[in-house]
Ligand binder design. Structure first.
Ligand SMILES: [Zn+2]
Length: 430
């Protein structure tokens, strides 16, 4: 194969449009998608970019009728996403302090096509995303995008138990964000509540990042009627407008606690499974099981023994999760009975800034730019997410000392976060 590259430096252009909030101009809801592509880019990124443009156009129409957004809306068309999120990263780093003060949330989309709603992001926004998914109609079936996604999940589930659990759900869990699009600098570097929204699953593939990602291909195979572009604009447009005009921002800390407890169970189970498999593997090596099992005419060597898996001390993390459980439970109870905080501005600002408590000052080991203690792209998984990444990856790499250090860092972050939720509760008490 003969490959040729063009290494010339070129300028990047982000396009940023701002509609100033009429009541709370210093609270920003940011909605973005990238506009650069490897070649033609009909699917990646334009199928998502047109939804942002349609949302902005619709808001423009609303404004002609005299409507004004309460908070500021910022629409972003990022450049340089493909060569490593350059446009959004430079913008987020350049405005870091102002964003941490003012950004209520960042709502991202990217490629989009026929199929099911996929949502991932900060779990404090999970409840709101579900409410919106119940309000938007799927173009092909006429049921809500929530019911369509739930139906597919139940049909594809492997066991009767799983099917029953899915059918009983009022909430479809949203995913966790790794990387691969422009939400990364917002959530993982700055701790701004973020979402990534898009439809897919019935839109084929194979053209990704190639010259075949053309409008012709898109119209034939990805979303022939372009109705899923409209569906994305409806979901992301509602998300933006609900956040922009909410009297009380719809963050749900209980949903976040539930999710992080699940991650905690996963990492403790990971450690226990490693302990069990290390013990049995080491015994099999001692007892020459690999030697006896091998074909003697082939040259085979048994694996090396591994160091025993120690017990780690999770108590600070357990205590932090307990504090979060209490604080977030109280938050839900108070929110159910009293939706009006005593000081709405203080309440809302503290709500959207809470996620920053989950950042660690030193960042993740060997990659300090990634600061979120709950969500990160894996060190070895490319775009793929690792939750409780510091702890999980240290265990996976059998770095026990680092695992213990990361437990303390995550516990400390969650503890500080719970302190913020307790502060919100005080503002909800009459
Ligand atoms: Zn893209």
């Amino acid at each position: 194969m003969n490959l040729q590259f063009d290494w010339k430096m070129v300028d990047c252009h982000n396009v940023i449009a701002r509609i100033k909030g009429s009541e709370l101009p210093d609270e920003w809801v940011i909605r973005g998608n990238h506009h650069d592509a490897w070649v033609n880019g009909a699917n990646d990124p334009i199928s998502g970019m047109v939804a942002v443009m349609e949302e902005a156009r619709a808001v423009g129409e609303l404004m002609k009728t005299g409507w004004k957004p309460k908070r500021t809306i910022i629409y972003c068309a990022w450049d340089g996403e493909e060569p490593s999120l350059i446009g959004s990263t430079e913008w987020a780093e350049h405005h870091a302090m102002e964003l941490q003060e003012k950004a209520v949330a960042y709502i991202n989309s990217d490629s989009n096509g026929r199929g099911f709603l996929y949502a991932a992001g900060s779990h404090t926004l999970e409840t709101m995303v579900n409410e919106i998914a119940k309000d938007v109609t799927d173009p092909q079936t006429g049921v809500s995008v929530f019911e369509r996604g739930k139906s597919a999940a139940a049909v594809n589930a492997s066991s009767a138990k799983a099917k029953k659990e899915i059918l009983g759900r009022q909430i479809t869990p949203i995913g966790a964000l790794g990387s691969g699009s422009d939400y990364t600098p917002f959530i993982q570097h700055l701790g701004i509540p973020s979402l990534n929204l898009g439809f897919g699953g019935e839109n084929g593939g194979g053209e990704y990042h190639s010259i075949y990602d053309s409008y012709d291909h898109y119209k034939r195979f990805k979303d022939p009627t372009l109705e899923y572009g409209v569906a994305l604009a409806k979901v992301a447009g509602r998300t933006t407008l609900r956040l922009v005009n909410a009297e009380k921002l719809p963050f749900d800390f209980k949903a976040f606690h539930k999710t992080v407890s699940g991650y905690f169970n996963e990492v403790t189970a990971l450690l226990e499974n490693m302990r069990e498999s290390t013990e049995i593997e080491n015994k099999m090596i001692d007892d020459k099981r690999y030697v006896y099992a091998a074909d003697p005419t082939e040259k085979m060597l048994p694996p090396n023994k591994k160091d025993a898996v120690p017990y780690l001390n999770f108590s600070t993390l357990q205590n932090a999760l307990l504090r979060l459980e209490k604080a977030s439970g109280q938050f839900s109870d108070l929110s159910a009975t009293n939706s009006k905080p005593t000081n709405p501005t203080q309440f809302n600002q503290a709500s959207y800034r809470a996620e920053q408590q989950l950042l660690s000052a030193t960042g993740l080991p060997r990659r300090p730019w990634f600061k979120h203690t709950i969500y990160a792209p894996g060190f070895y998984t490319g775009y793929g997410v690792k939750t409780l990444p510091g702890i999980r990856e240290a265990i996976e790499q059998r770095n026990w000392k680092e695992a213990q250090e990361q437990i303390e860092i995550a516990a400390n972050a969650i503890d500080n976060y719970s302190g913020k939720v307790e502060g919100l509760n005080k503002l909800l008490v009459k």
